[in-house]
Ligand binder design. Structure first.
Ligand code: SAM
Length: 283
């Protein structure tokens, strides 16, 4: 008997992976949470049937959402992670000795509990003493923050369901206010490839451009996300993501990574022409 997990990437495209066994399944107040063992990608977390992470390729996403801004910002100490209940973003952040506090604002405590039990690879550092978890809506939490954070990392689901509010003009404007004078916001920025994802990406980019003086986009290859071509938004009050970045400062930290490196950091902001045109159309 063969068991397969299939995600609908568009109405005409499906992505399937062979399942060894289901480990966890629950309907939380916010979403359907599933964790299963796959033969190719190891353990997989899905929310409402969408792949959030797999053991085999999560390092790409979590290294790129963390090390790009941590290299571009010369002295990030207080960081806000919105979403990120699987713990992978926090795991990469706690590797920096200079980081003093990480506020994790995750709407669904059940995601954290399930990942702590079944995905220690990503959730294993959520108990770091510098991590302070708030189980609430990031859209509401951010309304009460001003001049607080060096970095805000929006590690959210897609722009529907509980994650919808994290792609709004109000949210980005409140992130701007919550950041310090030289703060940086990085967000999960969807994909340029399939029409619906591209539309969501352009809509988010327009709203970020309207909220920040500097807004750039960088890319990574994430095999288990729709099309594999995934984007991150880099919005900044002061620092450019590449110009005048002291890459040697990051290299001297001696952090071992599997995907991120300082050459790839700079190159990730060199986008395909069709993506540049999509961004220009909404800037
Ligand atoms: N890397 C994944 C991706 O790119 O899709 C996201 C990983 S993480 C599991 C996404 C998290 O965002 C989920 O745990 C979900 O519960 C959380 N989330 C969704 N909407 C939220 C909101 N409004 N406030 C806080 N957390 C939210």
């Amino acid at each position: 008997m063969e068991l397969w997990f299939t995600e609908q990437h568009t109405k005409n495209v499906r992505f399937s992976m062979k399942v060894d066994r289901q480990l966890y399944s629950a309907q939380s107040e916010f979403q359907r949470i599933d964790i299963f063992d796959s033969l190719e990608f190891g353990r997989v977390l899905t929310l409402d049937g969408y792949v959030m992470l797999t053991e085999k390729d999560e390092f790409i996403y979590h290294e790129m959402i963390v090390h790009v801004p941590m290299c571009a910002h010369p002295d990030a100490r207080k960081i806000l992670v919105i979403g990120g209940g699987d713990g992978g973003t926090v795991r990469e952040l706690v590797r920096y000795a200079a980081v003093e506090r990480i506020d994790l604002v995750e709407i669904d405590e059940q995601v954290v509990a399930a990942c702590k039990e079944y995905l220690p690879q990503t959730a294993g550092k959520l108990n770091d003493p510098r991590v302070h978890a708030f189980y609430e809506d990031g859209l509401k939490f951010i309304r009460h923050q001003e001049n607080e954070y060096d970095l805000i990392l929006v590690d959210s689901t897609d722009p529907f369901g509980p994650g919808e509010g994290l792609f709004t003009r109000e949210f980005y404007g409140n992130c701007f206010r919550a950041l310090k004078a030289d703060g940086i916001m990085v967000n999960q920025h969807e994909s340029p490839f399939y029409k619906e994802d591209a539309y969501a990406m352009q809509r988010a980019h327009k709203r970020i451009v309207e909220s920040f003086p500097l807004a750039r986009v960088y890319q990574a290859h994430i095999p288990t996300y729709p099309s594999g071509h995934w984007l991150f938004g880099f919005a900044s009050k002061q620092y450019h993501p590449v110009h005048n970045v002291d890459f040697s400062r990051w290299e001297k930290l001696g952090l071992r990574t599997q995907y991120y490196n300082t050459k790839l950091h700079a190159a990730a902001f060199a986008l395909p022409t069709y993506v540049e045109e999509m961004l220009r159309d909404v800037e």
